[in-house]
Ligand binder design. Structure first.
Ligand code: 5RP
Length: 226
C-alpha cells in the first residue's frame, strides 16, 4: 500500500471523530490535507462545522472546499484538531514542523480539547531524532542563535526556499537541528525555549490524545491513557 493510501485511510478514520457543530483545527502537510478534503466532503453533504487552519496553505485549501473558517480569536473553543507529524514515538511525543507550520500548529494544539495525529507507517519511530527538529526563530536573532546551537553540537541549518531563507506564516525563520544523539528531549526543549529569539520548537511532547497510524491494510488507533 502506498504512503498516500495509508495517509488517506488514517484521515478517514480521524474524521469519524467529528460531530455536528464542532470547531475543528485543520492541520498542515500532505497527510492533514487528506483530512481537510474529507472534511470538505462532510461540508458538501450539509454537515455543519467550522475549521481553524494551522497555516495559510491549509486555509486556502479549506476555503476552496467551502469549509467555513473561524479565526482563533473568534473561536470560543476548539473541539478537535487533526494534524500530521514528521515522527512520533511510543510515548506519543512528536516532531512536527517539516512543513514549516510548527508555531501555529502548536498554538492550535495547546488550545484544543482532543488532538488527533494521523500518519502513515513511516512516521512511527522508537525514538525521536532521525528527522531534523525545526526551531522557529526571530530573523533579528537567527545568526546568534545559529552560533549558540553550533557550539552545542546541534548542527543547525537555516531552512531555505530556493535562494531565500524560508519564511513562516509569522514572518520568522526556521533552523533545523540534529537531535539524534540527545537522550533527554524535554530538558532540551526547556533549554531551547530559554534562548531569546527561539519562538518555539517542533517538539510536541504532551498535547497528543490520539494517534491514528495506517500501515498496509491496518489502521491502528493509539490513545493516551490518563
Ligand atoms: C507541518 C507539519 C506536518 O504535519 C508534518 O511536516 C508532516 O507532513 P506530511 O504529512 O506532509 O508528511 O508539522 O508543519
Amino acid at each position: 500500500m502506498s504512503n498516500d493510501l495509508e495517509k488517506a485511510a488514517a484521515a478517514r478514520a480521524a474524521v469519524e471523530y467529528i460531530e455536528e457543530g464542532m470547531i475543528v483545527g485543520l492541520g498542515t502537510g500532505s497527510t492533514a490535507a487528506f483530512a481537510i478534503r474529507e472534511i470538505g466532503k462532510l461540508v458538501a453533504e450539509g454537515f455543519e462545522l467550522f475549521g481553524i487552519p494551522t497555516s495559510l496553505r491549509s486555509e486556502s485549501l479549506a476555503r476552496k472546499l467551502h469549509i467555513p473558517i473561524l479565526s482563533l480569536d473568534s473561536a470560543e473553543r476548539i473541539d478537535i484538531t487533526i494534524d500530521g507529524a514528521d515522527e512520533f514515538d511510543p510515548y506519543m511525543q512528536l516532531i512536527k514542523g517539516g512543513g514549516g507550520a510548527l508555531l501555529r500548529e502548536k498554538i492550535i494544539a495547546y488550545n484544543t480539547e482532543k488532538n488527533i495525529i494521523i500518519a502513515d507507517h513511516s512516521k512511527k519511530v522508537s525514538r525521536l531524532g532521525a528527522f531534523p527538529l525545526p526551531l522557529e526563530t526571530i530573523p533579528f536573532a537567527t545568526s546568534q542563535i545559529k552560533t549558540i546551537l553550533e557550539d552545542a553540537g546541534l548542527k543547525p541549518e537555516l531552512r531555505m526556499d530556493d535562494d531565500q531563507a524560508f519564511l513562516t506564516d509569522e514572518g520568522n525563520y526556521i533552523l533545523d537541528i540534529n537531535i539524534g544523539h540527545v537522550s533527554n528531549i524535554s530538558m532540551l526543549e526547556d533549554e531551547l525555549l530559554h534562548i531569546p529569539g527561539i519562538v518555539d520548537t517542533g517538539l510536541f511532547l504532551s498535547t497528543t490524545d490520539i494517534i491514528i497510524v495506517s500501515s498496509g491494510e491496518e489502521v491502528e488507533i493509539i490513545e493516551r491513557h490518563p
